[in-house]
Ligand binder design. Structure first.
Ligand SMILES: [Zn+2]
Length: 321
């Protein structure tokens, strides 16, 4: 458990590997809010952390999800069963999939196979509708007087909220403000890159959401993958540039016989160049060991985006400029 200021704690969910997915705990007096739930297996780490702080499961009042991809929402049903006083706070577009997770589960089985899903997630538990709060843009959650504000931030997923913590001026950004791993830090600065998971990636919406985060001028942003970043303007600028580069790579790969493979190859080359240009002193092999899977997923998301009609206009305009 890592402790930041203002009662904010990062718990490593140990999801797939260490330092990949976070569950955040916010403690305000005798009340607790959690942000994200990783998978069911991560519940034990939360229970342990509560115990260390002399808090009981009954102290958990809210569980906020930034979105319903399963590295964020996979544990929601198990968490809700373990925390009897908790309400689940989720984007309006995610509500029905929390009440009946069978569609989500089938989607992931389709991509990764039943064996992987059984091993990593187990059976997703449904959540009673009466325990779910639909988090419209601007919804304020009151945690013992501490305001947590949900803001609609599409671009990575169309069911994505960030959570703005008024007390710390911090933002829990889910996956909309990029991904950074502790292994890729130079002199205290994180190498951050965009994540374009299928199937809702939209460069225009992602850029708007990044603008929103920048305009809120947070003191710190807490990435689910993984940890706190503070050089917000620099990261925002890097993300904008890299989103444009991702899109360019997708556009250039449109004619390939295997579009996903072509985008993956180009993205891997690109991200190694970027990381080394940033000053990360690791071999290409080590860099790809850390973020190769991210690049494969990003390539799949970019390929889905490329099939949409709006992409041809963007690719065409890009060629003209
Ligand atoms: Zn994620």
């Amino acid at each position: 458990m890592k402790s930041y200021n203002n009662g904010i704690y990062l718990l490593d969910a140990h999801y797939l590997r260490d330092n990949l997915a976070a569950v955040y705990m916010l403690v305000e007096g005798d009340s607790v809010a959690l942000v994200e739930t990783a998978n069911a297996a991560s519940l034990q780490y939360v229970l342990d952390a509560l115990g260390e702080l002399n808090l009981t499961p009954e102290a958990v009042k809210y569980i906020l999800l930034t979105h319903i991809h399963l590295d964020h929402a996979g544990g929601a049903g198990s968490y809700m069963a373990a925390f009897p006083n908790a309400q689940l706070v989720v984007h309006p577009k995610g509500v029905r999939h929390m009440i009946d997770p069978s569609y989500l589960e089938a989607g992931v089985v389709g991509v990764y196979g039943q064996e992987f899903v059984d091993k990593v997630y187990g059976k997703l538990a449904p959540i009673a509708a009466s325990r779910i709060i639909k988090a419209e843009d601007g919804l304020i959650i009151n945690l013992n007087g501490r305001e947590l504000i949900c803001r609609d931030t599409p671009g990575h997923a169309n069911h994505h909220n960030i959570i703005v913590d008024s007390k710390s001026s911090g933002i829990f950004s889910g996956d909309i403000f990029g991904v950074a791993y502790p292994e890729l830090i130079l002199a205290g600065k994180n190498f951050v890159f965009p994540t374009t998971t299928p199937v809702n990636f939209s460069p225009e919406k992602m850029l708007q959401s990044i603008d929103l985060i920048e305009s809120l001028a947070p003191e710190a942003v807490y990435l689910t993958h993984f940890g706190q970043i503070s050089d917000i303007q620099q990261v925002a600028n890097d993300l904008r540039r890299m989103i444009a580069d991702y899109v360019a790579i997708a556009c250039e790969s449109a004619g390939a016989s295997d579009v996903v493979a072509e985008i993956t190859r180009k993205l891997e080359e690109y991200i190694v160049r970027e990381a080394q240009g940033f000053g990360i002193d690791l071999s290409p092999e080590r860099i790809l060991e850390l973020i190769g899977v991210d690049m494969q997923i990003n390539a799949q998301g970019l390929a889905v985006w490329l099939r949409q009609t709006s992409s041809s206009r963007i690719c065409f305009n890009r060629v003209l400029h």
